[in-house]
Design a protein. Structure first.
Length: 479
């Protein structure tokens, strides 16, 4: 029984990887978005708390200062009496009294707040000791909450309100009171939260990656089982049909030989019918053989069966065997080799079948008087085989389907010439089995180019396959 993992393991592994990656991407995006939103909400709550504290403190100070403000908004010693601990512009700044520093709502608590008093033009009059969130020069003043920076680049939350002598209507603005709180602690917490969140996210992604890979395997298990059953069914059906079909064809051939000996008109009619039965039977034989070959190609190739093969010799032998078929189709074959050592590691009979299928396809779709070019080249560690025909070309919408099983670009011509619709599928399976890829480039009306890239082998002496020549000639004869 064929194990599911042995069925085109590269394709199944890539499919499982894509499924796991997609699942990881979706879950990771949701987790990151949720974590980012939660972090932003926490920081916003902290900023809101700081803003409310500044608003409360500014309102308290405003109500306390109104009756005691000096007549003119200018630097004076009276401001030092009104707000002990402030540094008046133009005068020496002394340290505040120890008793003042013990007041919890003191505006001179420079460890928590920075206070600035400005006149109605925005010129600085007095300030708390320590770093200032703004330069000490005249500037446009905006009331309300602002985020500002001091000269060192640190962030501050500053709240500004008007100052008046009283609450009388129409009274001119005495100046401005601005109280600021450093956001250094908040920024430090935000940075720690960023690193902690991304660390947790990385660990969660690692766990989710393992879980996604496991879940992708569970999700693909039914598909792998269905695929295994399909391959086994195809192989079993082909095996079961091959023996009775061979017996049936043997009986038909015997009857056909007997009819040939009769020589009557009725025998001639019977002979024609038997010829049709034989033709369809042989076509069914080729189909069964191709299905069995596809089933065998879907299993990994044992390394013990591989040998260094010279593609130049293989293509030359195939071209020689196809000369008669090309002449019958009035198609000219040409071969060009641009490298001295087009050697690959693989199975000679399968590589020969790859060239046969591509060359047969090119001849089949080339018109009378057309040409088919076969080219071998090497670039780095890769051997490239190109087969170009002068046919009608393949439409862009059909190019993605031509390697599917039983796909025919021109069904009428393929059936007329006995094609099974499995030739290109077999060629693709052989290329993948040998670690290569096959592609097509085609423009309607300008022919098609089939390219096969195979990894180059070392410099060991290529092996000769004595059974390849007879098998190749049988394949060519079938076509």
């Amino acid at each position: 029984m064929t194990h599911p993992r042995s069925l085109e393991p590269g394709l199944l592994w890539r499919a499982r990887l894509r499924l796991a990656a997609l699942s990881l991407l979706v879950m990771g995006t949701i987790l990151y978005a949720a974590g980012f939103a939660m972090g932003q909400l926490l920081l916003q709550a902290q900023e809101t708390a700081i803003q409310r504290e500044l608003q409360t403190l500014a309102g308290t100070l405003h109500d306390s200062l109104k009756p005691a403000l000096p007549p003119a908004a200018q630097p004076s010693a009276a401001l030092g009496v009104v707000l002990p601990g402030l540094c008046v512009v133009g005068e020496p700044c002394t340290a505040p009294d120890a008793l003042i520093r013990r007041h919890a709502v003191s505006a001179t608590d420079s460890d928590r707040f920075q206070l600035r008093v400005l006149d109605h033009h925005g010129a600085l009059i007095a300030h708390s000791p320590g770093p200032q969130p703004r330069a000490a020069e005249a500037e446009a003043v905006q009331t309300g909450l602002q985020l500002v920076r001091d000269r060192s680049g640190a962030r501050w939350a500053a709240y500004t309100i008007h100052l008046h002598h009283s609450n009388a209507p129409g009274e001119p603005t005495w100046g401005y009171l601005q109280i600021s709180s450093s956001l250094a602690d908040l920024d430090a917490r935000a940075e720690r939260l960023w690193w902690l969140g991304h660390g947790v996210f990385a660990l969660a992604m690692l766990g989710m990656a393992l879980a996604s890979w496991w879940l992708a395997g569970l999700a693909m298990a039914p598909l792998l089982e269905a695929y295994r059953r399909q391959v086994r069914f195809s192989a079993d059906v082909a095996h079961e049909l091959r023996t009775p079909l061979a017996n049936l064809l043997a009986v038909v051939e015997a009857e056909r030989n007997a009819v040939d000996g009769a020589g009557t008109s009725a025998a001639s009619t019977t002979g024609t019918s038997l010829d049709r039965v034989l033709a369809q039977g042989r076509r069914l034989q080729r189909l069964i053989a191709d299905l069995l070959l596809l089933a065998s190609l879907e299993r990994p190739c044992p390394q013990s069966l591989k040998a260094v093969c010279d593609l130049a010799e293989i293509t030359a032998d195939v071209m020689e065997d196809f000369n008669e078929a090309a002449a019958a189709a009035h198609v000219t074959l040409e071969q060009t080799i641009h490298t001295a050592s087009p050697r690959v590691l693989g199975i000679a009979s399968e590589l020969s079948r790859l060239v046969i299928n591509l060359l047969s396809n090119a001849i089949q779709h080339s018109p009378a008087g057309g040409r088919v070019w076969l080219e071998l080249s090497r670039r780095g560690g890769e051997i490239t085989l190109r087969i170009r025909d002068s046919g009608a070309g393949i439409a862009a919408g059909e190019q993605a389907r031509i390697f599917d099983r039983f796909t025919r670009v021109d069904p009428g011509r393929s059936r007329q010439r006995g094609g099974t619709g499995l030739g290109l599928a077999i060629a693709q399976a052989i290329a993948r089995r040998h670690g290569g890829v096959i592609t097509v480039q085609s423009t309607p009306g300008e022919g098609s180019i089939f390219s096969v890239q195979l990894p180059a082998a070392g410099r060991r002496r290529p092996a000769r396959c004595s059974a390849c020549a007879s098998a190749r000639r049988a394949d060519v004869a079938d076509r």
